[in-house]
Design a protein around this ligand. Structure first.
Ligand code: P6P
Length: 340
């Protein structure tokens, strides 16, 4: 049988870079570094049940969430690798209160900064459910040669240069978007390389799955309840245009939404008036990916990518996925202006 030639992520990014004569290859190099961090994290995730890496690390992060040891390992791996990369001036992590500006000369002259959620969905670690790493890459706005500043990290999502996620699922994948498209790569363990498996990903305009934590039902306002009734009412005639799926790990729920179509929603509610999910670490990167794949990402009346962040860890409501399903949801849900 003729084996399909494997195209590694490095080969792919170099090929893409060659399409732009002015490109320097720094972004490709940064994506390679993030892929390396993903492979190192993946090795521990795959052994989590065997090594003393489960269980609560005891510390709590700025969100007040107890940090699982794997969270801390993933965070430190990403920081260490990006610190030694010549293409990253600094980072901001969902697990760190403040940004980390890399002070060495190499880094201070780098033109990119990276934000990441090192291990999203970590509450699923001890039940072996899919978890993921989410990352965003911006071109810095501060002066080269000096440490990066908070302004570099408070750019709206429409300024992103690239964004992606690593999904530690039944296989390990990295999916990333640039301004020219979305591509997925699956880790081939025998050679330790991410190989192109999902070229030119597109989010279907329609889908059959709505994804939301309906356990929060009692906290929703009437417009949100009306929308959920719409999602379920159709099932009474067993027409079943919509099914409900919710993994509770954004990377896994979003990957399904990207591949199969559907809508993922984490709305504002009575106890989380700004929503739960973080704008810079979860919502903007996912919005960038979904919109690059032809989908839609809204917070209420406006696009997620147009929100101008005012603080590093701010949250936002999110309706994201197949563009026709997002448009339908917004018909029901009264516009919720972004509460900054
Ligand atoms: P809930 C995980 O903690 C996370 O940040 C996302 O990955 C996920 O979509 C969401 O929170 C789950 O939140 O309130 O439904 O448990």
């Amino acid at each position: 049988m003729q084996h399909r030639k494997l195209i590694t992520m490095d080969e792919f990014t170099i090929r893409e870079t060659r399409k732009f004569p002015q490109a320097t290859g720094e972004l490709s190099s940064l994506l390679r570094d993030i892929g390396l961090a993903g492979k190192i994290i993946n090795k521990q995730v795959r052994r989590a049940g065997l090594v003393d890496i489960l269980g609560e690390h005891g510390a709590t992060n700025i969100q007040g969430e107890v940090q699982m040891k794997l969270d801390v390992f993933a965070n430190e791996t990403l920081i260490n690798i990006l610190k030694s990369s010549p293409d990253c001036a600094g980072i901001a992590s969902e697990e760190n209160d403040e940004l980390v500006a890399f002070e060495d000369t190499f880094s201070a002259n780098s033109k990119y900064i990276v934000l990441f959620d090192p291990l999203d969905g970590s509450s699923n670690i001890d039940v072996n459910a899919p978890i993921g790493t989410i990352f965003s890459i911006y071109r810095r706005v501060s002066e080269l040669g000096k440490p990066c500043t908070i302004e570099d990290f408070l750019q709206p999502g429409n300024k992103l240069m690239a964004a992606g996620y690593i999904l530690y699922g039944s296989s390990t994948m990295i999916v990333y978007a640039t301004r020219i498209g979305v591509n997925g790569f699956t880790l081939e363990p025998s050679i330790g390389e991410f190989c192109l498996s999902h070229p030119n990903l597109k989010c279907p305009d329609n889908g059959k799955i709505y994804s939301i934590n309906q356990g929060n039902w009692v906290k929703y306002d009437s417009s949100m309840i009306n929308y959920l009734n719409y999602c379920m009412e159709n099932n009474k005639e067993d027409s079943r245009p919509y099914s409900h799926r919710y993994i509770g790990s954004m990377v896994a729920d979003m990957h399904r939404t990207l591949i199969k179509g559907g809508i993922f929603i984490y709305p504002a509610d009575k106890s989380s008036v700004k929503g739960k999910l973080r704008l810079q670490y979860e919502c903007n990167p996912m919005a960038f990916i979904i919109e690059a794949a032809g989908g839609k990402a809204i917070y209420g009346t406006g696009n997620i990518l147009d929100i101008v962040p005012t603080e590093l860890h701010e949250r936002t409501p999110i309706f994201i996925g197949s563009k026709n399903m997002v448009s339908k949801a917004i018909e029901f849900v009264s516009a919720k202006e972004h509460v900054s």
